[in-house]
Write a protein that binds this ligand. Sequence first.
Ligand SMILES: Nc1nc2c(ncn2[C@@H]2O[C@H](COP(=O)(O)OP(=O)(O)OP(=O)(O)O)[C@@H](O)[C@H]2O)c(=O)[nH]1
Ligand SMILES: [Mg+2]
Length: 259
Amino acid sequence: MSRKKAARSKASGAAPSAALPPAQQGRGRAAAPRGSAPAPDLPRNGGAAAAGRPSLSSSGEFYDLAFKVMLVGDSGVGKTCLLVRFKDGAFLAGSFISTVGIDFRNKVLTVDGVKVKLQIWDTAGQERFRSVTHAYYRDAHALLLLYDVTNKASFDNIQAWLTEIHEYAQQDVVLMLLGNKVDSAQDRVVKREDGEKLAKEYGVPFMETSAKSGLNVELAFTAIAKELKHRSMKLPNEPKFKLHDYVKKEVRGSGCCRS
Ligand SMILES: Nc1nc2c(ncn2[C@@H]2O[C@H](COP(=O)(O)OP(=O)(O)OP(=O)(O)O)[C@@H](O)[C@H]2O)c(=O)[nH]1
Ligand SMILES: [Mg+2]
């Protein structure tokens, strides 16, 4: 199978739900040594509170399903800022503090009346932490792969990231490509059409985001949560959820600033 075809095949298939043990709730950081197994060990089968028994998150919120989402991409593309925007509704302005190792935050969303907890792992984009990141891929139910629209190299590296994802992530992982920092219109070097073309080539949903303005940030995580929820609890007579169609319908252009 060619790399492109292989990467494309990852975007399809069913992702199971997962229960998070209480120890993995809340916020955490783990800088695993080279090649070691990651701290979180989320079951890929079985589903959280699968038998209608909700679990309680560390913030006191009940949830029905829990999934692990990973943010990946070059250093500086805005992974940490995207997570902070989603979790806290704020933008981390000022000097850039590169992530060391790996960090996570939890957020519970309501998706079609179901409480879905996302445990979101923020990885370090720097090359020297790559082996740490590799160890976490296998437990991820979804991956948000980011590039920076003001940084051509980060876009050119997307193919290498997809190869890595193909190598280390589960075959049925939900994948989405995000072109971040669209608020910096004057510094843009990657056109939206180029992002769309690449995403189409690999068969993955795509949207442009801004951690600064909040554009499409909520949507990116909600779309992932919806896809994972639908894969794990398909109700009888419920129409099939189509992630690509949902993203196309809901996505906002960079001309406006709605989150
Ligand atoms: N204008 C603009 N700047 C952003 C945006 N997102 C992040 N930044 C800036 O980009 C820099 C890097 O952001 P981070 O979120 O720390 O980048 P990262 O991908 O987590 O980087 P690593 O932790 O090294 O992998 C910071 O100076 C942010 O303020 C955005 O949407 N718009
Ligand atoms: Mg970071």
